[in-house]
Design a protein around this ligand. Structure first.
Ligand code: UD1
Length: 381
């Protein structure tokens, strides 16, 4: 009898997807009867390659779709036809996509057209607002229409999927794979020596990231507010790895370059980012992933958005919505940095996003789908 060998294609194209899928790749490789393969769209060329290196992953196929100043329609028009052809060539038995990027939705659509079942990792997150985050809220809802297996990080995200009528048999509460990834890397890689020296001299670190498309129209003013917060806290050292998007670079660099305690860097590899976050007293960010990573590391997060699809962290107390209005966010950040007792209480909040075993549950659920394993227990039930 030929041994079972199901080919599971993990498809991704951006830095955060690679980071959050790396633990899933490892867990699938350890599951008898499953062979993981990687299809990269190359949506973010440089930033994706950095993330893959950290985890020692090499794509089996790469669509290399990125162009300078690509639009969302450009990306969609390139990924959908190419991904379908390549998935066929890869003889995929199942495709796993992640989260809410253009890559996730476009590959899911191609797989659907090819008749290949789709599993959605980080399924069920909802802000309830199609404009924020844009276009991610639409991408994740559209992907959820196409997927047959949904790996919800929390019971709350499963509840969103139930409300949308998704059949119970395909729903799994797994925890966030970001928790698996950040703990592994922050535990393995030391902090950059120059930042370590600052901490030892008593200079608290604040990590900043800001790149979201819906924030771009006011990003210059938001950067101005960050400059004033840094001016009011000269004892703190702010570190901002600036996203490579030209829209972000052009808004942020002219405002923050020259602020003495604001260090602007190129995007950091995850091996530098994870220990930096772990050593910070506060993360100020409009990223989705940093909200989960802060919670997993016990580092408070000020969210530079008006809504979050990660409300579990607000309820637990580790996240605070600062909004994207410059005056409001300046007030919230000043308030937090001036109040060490509140920061300390936020840092003590329980982590609502996972226990570090999300990837193992996802791999077991995939094996279950093919009749190769027991159905995994839901996380947290
Ligand atoms: C994408 C995701 C977003 C995710 C973010 C993380 C979508 C719709 N959005 O947003 O959910 O939070 O990635 O980074 O999929 N660029 C480079 N080099 C790079 C990466 C990007 O030059 O390594 C340029 C691109 O050419 C483009 C711009 O930056 O002009 C934006 O990149 P893109 O991947 O289109 O979308 P993001 O806005 O980064």
């Amino acid at each position: 009898m030929t041994p079972v060998n199901k080919r599971i294609v993990l498809a991704f194209g951006t830095r955060p997807e690679a980071t959050k899928m790396a633990p899933v790749y490892a867990a699938l490789a350890a599951q008898p009867g499953l062979t993981p393969l990687i299809l990269s769209t190359g949506q973010q060329r440089e930033m994706l390659d950095g993330a893959l290196n950290v985890f020692g992953l090499t794509p089996d196929r790469d669509l290399n779709v990125m162009t300078d100043r690509q639009t969302l329609a450009d990306l969609t028009g390139r990924i959908v036809p190419q991904a379908g052809r390549v998935l066929r060539e890869m003889q995929a038995d199942l495709v796993l996509v992640h989260g809410d990027t253009s890559t996730s939705f476009c590959v899911a659509l191609s797989a659907f057209y090819e008749g290949i079942p789709v599993g959605h990792v980080e399924a069920g997150l909802r802000s309830g607002d199609l404009g924020e985050p844009f276009p991610e809220e639409a991408n994740r809802r559209l992907t959820g229409v196409l997927s047959v297996l949904d790996f919800a990080p929390t019971a709350e995200s499963r509840a969103n999927l139930r409300r949308e009528g998704k059949p119970e048999g395909g729903l799994f509460v797994t925890g966030q794979t970001a928790v698996d990834a950040v703990r592994e890397v922050a535990g393995r890689v030391p902090l950059r020596p120059e930042w370590r020296a600052r901490v030892e001299r008593g200079q608290p670190l604040v990590t900043v990231t800001m790149h979201r498309r819906e924030n771009q129209p006011m990003m210059r003013e938001m950067a101005g507010a960050l400059a004033r917060v840094a001016g009011a806290h000269p004892e703190h050292h702010f570190i901002y790895p600036v996203h490579l998007s030209p829209a972000v670079q052009e808004a942020v660099r002219p405002v923050l370059e020259g602020v003495p305690n604001f260090e602007l860097t190129t995007p950091l590899d995850y091996s530098e980012m994870a220990p930096l976050m772990a050593a910070s007293v506060l993360l100020a960010t409009d990223s989705g992933g940093l909200q989960e990573e802060g919670a997993a590391l016990g580092v408070p997060v000020a969210v530079l958005r008006n809504v979050t699809e990660r409300p579990e962290g607000l309820a637990a107390g580790v996240l605070k919505l600062a909004g994207n209005d410059p005056v409001q966010l300046e007030g919230v950040l000043n308030g937090l940095l001036d109040d060490p007792a509140t920061l300390a209480a936020m840092a003590q909040a329980p982590n609502p996003y996972g226990d570090g075993h999300a990837a193992r549950r996802i791999a077991q659920a995939v094996a279950w789908h093919f009749g190769l394993a027991e159905r995994p227990e839901h996380w947290g039930d």
